[in-house]
Design a binder for this molecule. Structure first.
Ligand SMILES: Nc1ncnc2c1ncn2[C@@H]1O[C@H](COP(=O)(O)OP(=O)(O)OP(=O)(O)O)[C@@H](O)[C@H]1O
Ligand SMILES: [Mg+2]
Length: 464
């Protein structure tokens, strides 16, 4: 059967073998699957991972499943609930429907029936999710979400990210932060910790690329006295150090496969064993991981465990590259200007219009970090009140090469829109009225876009 839609599915099943079978069947057709052995564990998952479909094995011997259905239904009104019951257990089936199940599956579950029923159950939640995201997009023009005062971001893509971050922060779900180098992944990880209920606890960071395989394992999980030459005392690992708080695993893609399996085990069981020890240690840690590499292709190359990838994929925060959020560039530039002007006791007040235009036009391959360094350098060297284009350590855009950046496929519609508006404005001497007439759009749209890109010279005089 062709897989039409991808959804987040939570399987609640105490029988390990059945659980793995269902998980494998649903993952194989592209769904993101999480599992929980019982209702209590499932409730913990719900808020953070917000599944679209919950597949619940009902055990008439243990009535917890029905209470769970009622509670979960109230928590996630848009999700679909599929109850699985033994063939012939009519009472269980009727009660499940009364408690809020949307559909019933009788056991044994055939893989094609499972795929079909999950597919059909996705319509309602995916529709609700789209509507919610559309509302979040529309709300972006309303007062912006502020995330600590250090994280700048007003572009709708960042506002959506902040929104998701605040939701995820309240749960214990593992969060994966993905984004190009310098986009702010570490800052986002700190924000998750600071906005979580465990903000009073420790935030412990470990860069997985910085340590050799053998050292990394004992650094993470700790070791017992005598576990290896040099282990003269028992030592707590980063997991134990982060107890009650957050463990930030940076550059996760560099974690060796042998350590990945131990991490997976911890994420499943919330328990660990120190290197060289048999004692099982339970710790209460939320794991936040970051990577600037595409984990999916690493999975395909056999360098990253697929099961770990699926587990991490449940709550992903994708930090967009700076070039995809041009309205943030002038704000970040002002933010760093104030920071470095204060730090260096300089009287620099701001940027000339041309300098701002150059900053917005530059593609920033090193993202926010590159912008930060550029502004630091400009502030330190500037002797005037305003930073001008020549004070900026960036290459002006190569006008001859511009059409190349519009090779299709390869550009986003937003880039095409921007290129077309700027070129038309240039051709008509900068008149928004004439450009709007040629482009068949309103003058207001042009003003709005110019503002979004930080290029508006004055406030639009008419915004009808
Ligand atoms: N939205 C933002 N607002 C303010 N400062 C930011 C923002 N994003 C990033 N920065 C700053 O840019 C610099 C780089 O950010 P960070 O170290 O978090 O990036 P990263 O994605 O972890 O990079 P890498 O992949 O290279 O590790 C930091 O100094 C950070 O404070
Ligand atoms: Mg980083």
């Amino acid at each position: 059967m062709a897989q039409e839609q991808t959804g987040r599915i939570l399987i609640v099943e105490s029988d390990r073998a059945l659980q793995s079978k269902l998980e494998a069947q649903l993952s194989a057709i592209g769904h993101i699957v999480e599992t929980a052995p019982d209702s209590a564990a499932a409730l913990e998952h719900l808020e953070g991972s917000m599944p679209d479909v919950v597949l619940l094995a009902l055990d008439p011997e243990r009535m917890g499943g029905f209470d769970f259905l009622r509670e979960a239904r109230a928590l996630l009104p848009a999700a679909s609930f599929i109850a699985m019951a033994e063939t012939g257990s009519t009472d269980t089936a009727v009660k499940a429907l009364a408690c809020g199940a949307d559909r019933l599956l009788t056991r044994p579950v055939r893989p094609d029936a499972l795929a079909l029923i999950v597919e059909r159950s996705l319509d309602k939640p995916l529709h609700a999710r789209d509507a919610m995201e559309a509302r979040a997009g529309a709300a972006a023009t309303l007062p912006t979400i502020a995330l600590m005062d250090r994280v700048v971001g007003v572009h709708p893509s960042m506002q959506r990210l902040f929104n998701r971050l605040l939701q995820a922060a309240k749960s214990r779900s593992t969060v994966l932060i993905q984004g190009e180098t310098g986009t702010g992944k570490e800052l986002i990880a700190k924000a998750i910790h600071e906005h979580s209920l465990r903000s009073e606890g420790p935030l412990v960071r470990l860069n997985c690329a910085a340590l050799a395989e053998s050292v990394l394992e004992s650094e993470l999980f700790g070791h017992e006295k005598g576990a290896f030459t040099g282990a003269v005392t028992r030592r707590k690992g980063r997991f134990e150090q982060a107890d009650g708080g957050t463990l930030f695993l940076d550059e996760l893609s560099e974690m060796p496969l042998s350590v990945q399996i131990k991490l997976l085990r911890f994420l499943q069981e919330r328990e660990l064993e120190r290197v060289g020890g048999n004692e099982t240690v339970s710790v209460n840690v939320r794991v936040v991981a970051a990577t600037n590499r595409d984990l999916k292709s690493l999975v395909e190359d056999g360098k990253f465990r697929e099961d770990l990838y699926f587990r991490l994929k449940v709550v992903v925060l994708e930090v967009p590259p700076l070039r995809a959020r041009p309205s943030d560039i002038p704000l970040l530039a002002d933010h760093f200007l104030r920071l470095y002007a204060d730090e260096n006791d300089k009287q620099v007040q701001g940027f000339t219009h041309d300098a701002k235009e150059a900053l917005v036009a530059y593609p920033w391959p090193g993202n926010v970090r590159e912008l930060q360094h550029a502004i630091e350098q400009a502030v330190v060297l500037c002797e005037k009140e305003l930073i001008d284009t020549e004070d900026l350590p960036i290459e002006p855009p190569d006008r001859e090469a511009e059409p190349l950046s519009l090779l299709v496929p390869g550009v986003t519609l937003a880039e095409v829109e921007r290129y077309t508006i700027m070129k038309t404005l240039e051709a008509v001497g900068g008149s928004p009225t004439k450009a709007a007439a040629i482009l068949g759009i309103s003058k207001r749209t042009i003003h709005y876009r110019l503002e979004e890109w930080g290029l508006a010279k004055t406030k639009p005089e008419d915004t009808c």
